[in-house]
Design a protein around this ligand. Structure first.
Ligand SMILES: [Zn+2]
Length: 414
């Protein structure tokens, strides 16, 4: 089972924009940009919205049928673990094994010793094609990596075996994710993590390390894009080396969990992909939900009223909205506009503040970041929210499609 060289995770919180999302991939394909769509949704999102994994499967299948999509597509059980995976087994054919919270917990001493002796030969300077400097691995680094990551990889192994037992081998794509943690992983650490993944016989096709810098939800990268680019290129070289050296799947590629809209990184990603021929899984989530709000606001009338009310309702429950996402957002509350101001916003004001156009002086990244995590309020509106989406379908779908096509697919994969 193959994911293809390029793939993109498209979260859709309310499972209503599948066709609009897929139409962006159709258009990209006409332009020669071949990217596999992956509908991803986490346990966290399902529990906040009150949806189930079968809803995502239904959405994806319906979109594919409606548009006659003949390419591959996947449904991703995003950020699952042993405790949450069972609900996803039937509906998903892509599993993101999130073991970040096992990082730093020590594995049994025997396991650590076994890992160190099995991989002792990696303690050297490893020159990789395309890199100016070799990856330096020492015996001490191997042991430190084992202490930090081995238990997490073993947990990924247990989860993978659990899925494989339930579904059968080679019926799903496996990703290992370690991105939702505090400290970035170095290329040398990534190499040792991949050695451990191979030892566990996890046929990982994608790996999501934690990169340098901050990936806050819905807004641009915080950090130096040049430093990110060097790290990303080294990680690409490491992944290619590890696939050969350890017998991992040949198409093994990096997964960048973008938290959406890391526009300043996109030219760098694109350049590395062109230079190296590497693949990429770019995972977004929430960017479509924000386009739903933009489409509603742009329509004016009841659509705009719904968008304003989502903000007012969310601001009144600020802590409840931001707490589940504390590690991946950085909202400066005092820079959020007062509710009274938002209630007076025109369609133009609201969409200008929310649409991710860094060159627009009216763009408000705090407003955007906060609304990114405020979808629970829309989920609680009963019929009002989906009815408004139906009534404003043309402006909503247009915004969803343009966002994926022109702000993500073309800049990264084009
Ligand atoms: Zn993620």
């Amino acid at each position: 089972m193959n994911l293809g060289r390029f793939s993109m995770g498209i979260g859709d919180r309310f499972a209503r924009q599948g066709r609009a999302q897929l139409s962006a991939f159709v258009e990209a394909r006409h332009a020669g940009i071949d990217v596999t769509p992956v509908w991803n949704k986490s346990h966290r999102e399902h529990s906040i919205v009150g949806s189930v994994p079968a809803d995502v499967r239904r959405e994806a299948d319906a979109a594919v049928q409606a548009l006659g999509w003949t390419g591959g597509y996947r449904v991703d059980a995003d950020h699952i673990g042993l405790g949450t995976v069972d609900a996803f087994l039937a509906a998903s054919d892509f599993f993101t094994l999130d073991v970040a919270h096992f990082i730093g917990r020590p594995a049994p001493e025997d396991d650590i010793r076994a890992f160190c002796s099995r991989h002792a030969a990696l303690a050297r300077e490893i020159a990789l094609p395309g890199l100016d400097r070799p990856i330096v691995v020492t015996a001490a680094a191997i042991e430190a990596a084992a202490r930090k990551f081995l238990l997490a990889v073993k947990e990924a192994g247990r989860t993978h075996r659990h899925i494989e037992t339930a579904r059968g081998a080679d019926t799903f794509i496996t990703e290992v994710s370690m991105d939702e943690t505090d400290l970035p992983q170095t290329p040398a650490e990534l190499l040792l993590i991949l050695a451990a993944i191979a030892d566990e016989r996890i046929p990982a096709q994608t790996i999501a390390p934690k990169f340098t810098g901050r990936f806050n939800k819905g807004v641009d990268y915080e950090g130096d894009p040049e430093i990110f680019a060097r790290e990303f290129e080294a990680d690409v070289a490491v992944a290619a080396f590890a696939a050969r050296e350890f017998g991992l799947p040949a198409g093994l590629k990096l997964s960048v969990h973008s938290g959406s809209d890391k526009f300043s990184l996109y030219p760098h990603l694109r350049a590395v992909l062109h230079r190296t021929g590497a693949g990429l899984h770019l995972k977004t989530a929430g960017t479509t939900w924000l386009e739903e709000l933009i489409g509603l606001a742009a329509a004016g009338g009841e659509g705009l009223a719904v968008a304003r009310d989502v903000y007012a309702g969310a601001l009144a429950r600020y802590d409840e909205m931001v707490t589940p996402y504390a590690a991946v957002i950085h909202v400066r509350r005092d820079e959020l506009p007062p509710v009274a101001d938002v209630m007076r916003m025109s369609a133009f004001d609201f969409t200008s503040a929310l649409r991710h156009d860094p060159r627009n002086p009216r763009f408000n990244s705090q407003f955007r970041q906060f609304l990114h995590v405020s979808y629970k309020v829309a989920a609680e509106m009963g019929r009002r929210f989906p009815d408004a989406l139906d009534a404003c379908e043309a402006t909503v779908a247009g915004n969803v499609r343009t966002n994926i096509l022109d702000r993500h697919l073309r800049p990264v994969f084009g």
